[in-house]
Design a binder for this molecule. Structure first.
Ligand SMILES: Nc1ncnc2c1ncn2[C@@H]1O[C@H](COP(=O)(O)OP(=O)(O)OP(=O)(O)O)[C@@H](O)[C@H]1O
Ligand SMILES: [Mg+2]
Length: 320
């Protein structure tokens, strides 16, 4: 794939819209189902919404939205001289909802996307104007996935109650935390301090990312406070998908509490979504569950989750 221009994110790091990123580390846990559901609710509420499928090698959001052939997409964009993504938004059957996806998933993989392509895509995503933009991410913790995840104003982390999924969620959170820290470290000029503390972590009893933050604070109170302020903008929202019992639901609160203790991050548990075979049954009929089963329990659960996101966003806009 040829790139003709060098794109840079410098000076363009503030998004034009509220970006919600949906990640989770593990595959098949419901990231695409949840991102498409939130997008549909936001669009139904009258918000101009764009859903972006950033699972570049396995894009499938179009199926959730009942679309068949995709004629234009991210691969065309990356091969063009265009700097804006507006012409690559595909209309959907939901009036205020557009989709950006890759038209060429067989020849595309987010692990293969090069630095220039990534910069071009990120820059265009930041420039995109809508009320809400939702990124559906791929499984795994590659740098590209983490960078897309950290572009969000709201960072959603999906997990199921299965131990392997929870383990992956922590791994994803930890990788995002260190990726974010690395970026702030460079901006604040504390790279050497962090490297020094980490090379003495046993002696200093640094067992968690939060211990590291406390150690940075102890070595330089002013920088420590500034770092905590910067990191407090990263407050992951947890969604527990495919729950089957009240015991499963309580896991959401445990994850939030671990997030606080281990990472020093606030975190919020946004809610749970029950396991229901209707999800794949509706998908088989090429209809979204929200269209096929508007009276289901899942419809109400997903609506409450979306409301919680918009409420938090309105609150943050008020205090900003
Ligand atoms: N709450 C649910 N109840 C029952 N099935 C569900 C639920 N959520 C998702 N599924 C099913 O789980 C499967 C995976 O969902 P989805 O494609 O959203 O996962 P994903 O995390 O995006 O996967 P990938 O990492 O491969 O992109 C689908 O078959 C979907 O129908
Ligand atoms: Mg997916």
């Amino acid at each position: 794939m040829e790139l003709r221009q060098n794109y840079t994110l410098r000076g363009n790091t503030k998004p034009q819209s509220h970006i919600i990123t949906v990640g989770g580390g593990k595959g098949g846990i419901g990231k695409s189902f949840i991102s498409s559901s939130i997008a549909i609710f936001l669009a139904n509420q009258g918000y101009r919404t764009v859903l972006v499928d950033l699972d570049l090698g396995c894009a499938n959001l179009h199926t959730y939205l009942g679309l068949n052939k995709i004629n234009k997409g991210i691969s065309n964009f990356l091969n063009s001289n265009d700097t804006a993504l507006d012409n690559y938004i595909i209309p959907t059957s939901f009036p205020q909802l557009g989709l950006i996806t890759t038209n060429d998933p067989d020849n595309f993989d987010s692990s293969q996307i090069n630095i220039l392509q990534k910069s071009k895509l990120m820059s265009a995503l930041f420039k995109l104007k809508a009320d809400y933009i939702i990124f559906d991410l791929s499984a795994g913790t590659t740098e590209t996935t983490l960078d897309f995840y950290l572009m969000g104003n709201s960072n959603i982390l999906v997990t199921t109650p299965e131990p392997s999924s929870i383990e992956n969620a922590y791994r994803f959170l930890k990788s995002s935390f260190y990726r974010k820290l690395k970026r702030i470290e460079n901006q604040m000029g504390i790279k050497d301090t962090v490297a020094h503390l980490m090379s003495n972590k046993e002696a200093l009893n640094i067992k968690s990312p939060y211990d590291l933050l406390k150690a940075i604070y102890m070595s330089d109170k002013e920088k420590g406070e500034q770092l905590m302020r910067n990191l407090s903008q990263f407050s992951p929202y947890f969604i527990l998908n495919q729950t089957r019992s009240p015991r499963d639901i309580s896991l959401g609160y445990s994850i939030k509490s671990v997030c606080h203790k281990y990472f020093g991050l606030k975190g919020e548990f946004l809610g749970h979504v029950d396991h229901d075979n209707a999800v794949w049954q509706s998908l088989r009929n090429r209809k979204h569950l929200l269209v096929e089963y508007p009276h289901s329990q899942l419809y109400a659960q997903l609506m409450n989750i979306t409301r919680a996101i918009t409420k938090k966003n309105e609150y943050l806009n008020k205090v900003a």
